[in-house]
Structure formats: C-alpha cells, structure tokens
Design a protein around this ligand. Structure first.
Ligand code: SF4
Length: 304
C-alpha cells in the first residue's frame, strides 16, 4: 500500500457533519425520472455510479423538475452513460466536452435547468480546461462528478485525480503525479457552490445535490465513487463492500480536515461544502450585454 491510498483507520470513523436524512422522496416519484426500459444499467456490480444516479433521480423528484425544461449533458466514460437512464432531455457529447455543450445550451436558453454528469476523466482530465472556465464563467449549470480516481471504461488508466502513489494500469509501480483536488480547484476558479461527499454518505449526497440544483451560478457536487473492478483491485481495496467501508473510514468533515497536519491529510478525503457564495450568474450578465447591444437596456448589472 503506497501513500496515495491510506488503509482503513477506525479512528477516522466519524460521520461527517449532520447525518439527518434528506427529506423523504417517495420511491415511485424518483423512479419516474428513470428510463425503465434501459434498466438494468450497464455498470459493473458494486460500481458507485448507480448510487449517484439514484440520488440524482431522487433530487429531480424532490424538486419536481419539469422534464421538458431539464437537460442532462454527458461526455464519455462509465458515468457518461448516466444520461441513458434519466427521463429528461439529454445530450450525449464527446469526451471532455460535456461542460462546453452545457454552456452553449444554457447561454442560448437560460430558462432550462442544465445538469452535466461526468467522471473524473471526462471533467478533470480530458475536459480540464472546460471545467476551469465553467467555474470562472458561472453560468447556472450543476456539475455532478463521479470521481472513481481512474479511467474505468478504458481499462483503469490513471486520471487527473488519481492520488500519488496509487497503482493503475498505467502506473503499475505507483503514480508519480499528485491528483487534482477538484473542489479546491473549483472554489479557487470562482464556482458559486462546491461540495464533496462519497457514495457511502448518501444523506450528504442528497442534500448537496438539492442545494446545487437550486443555487444560482455554477455548482459542483463531487462524489468519491467506487470502481472495484479497476481502482479497487489494483490498490487492493477489496470488493464493493470493502470499498464502501473505505469511503466511510477515509472521509473527514472539512473543518476537521483543515485542522489536520499535512501528513495526516494525505490519504483522507475532506467531505463538506467548500464554497457557497452569492453572485451574479453569467446568464444575467450576458442578457444585460444582449440588451445593451439591442439598445433596449443598460449594460451594467449590479453586484450582489
Ligand atoms: S469499470 Fe469501474 S467505474 Fe466503470 S462501470 Fe465498472 S466498476 Fe464502474
């Protein structure tokens, strides 16, 4: 076991933050946002993607989203298949371009609710530049990233979030690079709402998704997800159950994580809300510019 993957530590077993369950959703309502004819899904047994998909469907149901006014955009990768299973408008894009496509859709029709579903390869690696600029630009788009720390679909290669020292199919002797901390990157780039949880902490996932989907400006929910077939196997993290246990044990509430010495932070996952700020989303600024160009309104928009 190398430095990137910290073995289970019972001392870290403290439920992050508030553990109250999110408001109840009747299962039938959430199921109505799934495309039953496409189920069962194609993901491997024990994959975390199903947990995230179900949480997205629950969030859509709790908010009562109009499926004709909701657009899910995906790129390529295992979680990129999520749009197959959601009964809303969907665009299945090219690798790393989900946020570029989402940006175009939202800019043309700000009335739509646009949700980009990506993996870490799609969002942070191939699509890293689009991610940075989506955070900076601050259109009201919700990005949900299933971070399984590798490229699962193509055989377990390392991605932009793979921790240093991890074993993957392209780093058999230990990954030499540090992985991105997606939430810190997004917060620094200017995203308005940024939160991270794991597939084990479903109560937080429900809450963060709802907050992100109702927040003006760019929002990110990063979900640390299990890929037992590649990342789990290469790093001897065990099967699906052991990987769930792994997330339970390495997750640390953000405030407590910040107080840990650097050496203690390594191998742990900070879980919580990294950023929650007010501001003017891009579509409002863009609308003001359009009005000014037509001579029908003032160009300025007041800061919040
Ligand atoms: S390869 Fe990994 S991420 Fe992809 S479906 Fe299988 S378990 Fe899930």
């Amino acid at each position: 076991m190398r430095e990137g993957i910290r073995p289970a530590d019972p001392a870290a077993d403290t439920p992050p933050e508030d553990t109250r369950p999110a408001e109840d959703t009747r299962p039938g309502e959430a199921r109505s946002y799934l495309v039953a004819r496409n189920l069962p899904h194609f993901w491997c047994p024990g994959c975390g993607n199903g947990v995230i998909l179900a949480a997205v469907a629950r969030a859509f149901a709790r908010l009562g989203l109009d499926r004709t006014e909701t657009v899910v955009v995906t790129g390529i990768g295992c979680f990129g298949r999520a749009d197959d299973y959601l009964d809303v408008n969907a665009v299945h894009g090219t690798h790393g371009r989900a946020l570029a496509i989402a940006t175009g859709i939202k800019a043309v029709n700000p009335a739509l609710r646009v949700v980009a579903l990506m993996g870490d390869g799609d969002c942070a690696t191939i699509g890293g530049n689009h991610f940075l600029h989506a955070c900076r630009r601050n259109l009201t788009i919700t990005a949900v990233v299933a971070n399984n720390l590798n490229y699962g679909m193509t055989g377990g290669q390392y991605s932009g979030t793979t921790p240093a020292g991890s074993t993957t199919s392209t780093s058999p002797l230990g990954h030499a690079e540090e992985g991105f901390d997606l939430c810190r990157v997004a917060a620094a780039a200017g995203a308005m709402y940024v939160a991270r949880t794991t597939v084990y902490h479903v109560h937080l996932l429900d809450r963060y998704l709802e907050a992100a989907l109702t927040h003006p400006g760019f929002s990110l929910v990063e979900v640390m997800s299990s890929c037992p077939v590649y990342f789990g196997r290469y790093n001897r993290l065990g099967g699906p159950v052991e990987m769930m246990e792994h997330w339970r044990q390495v997750a640390v509430p953000l405030e407590r994580f910040r107080q840990l010495p650097e050496g203690e932070q390594r191998g742990r996952v900070a879980v919580g809300v990294f950023q929650d700020r007010a501001g003017i989303p891009f579509e409002e600024r863009y609308w003001a510019v359009q009005q000014a160009a037509r001579g029908t309104g003032a160009r300025e928009v007041s800061e919040r």
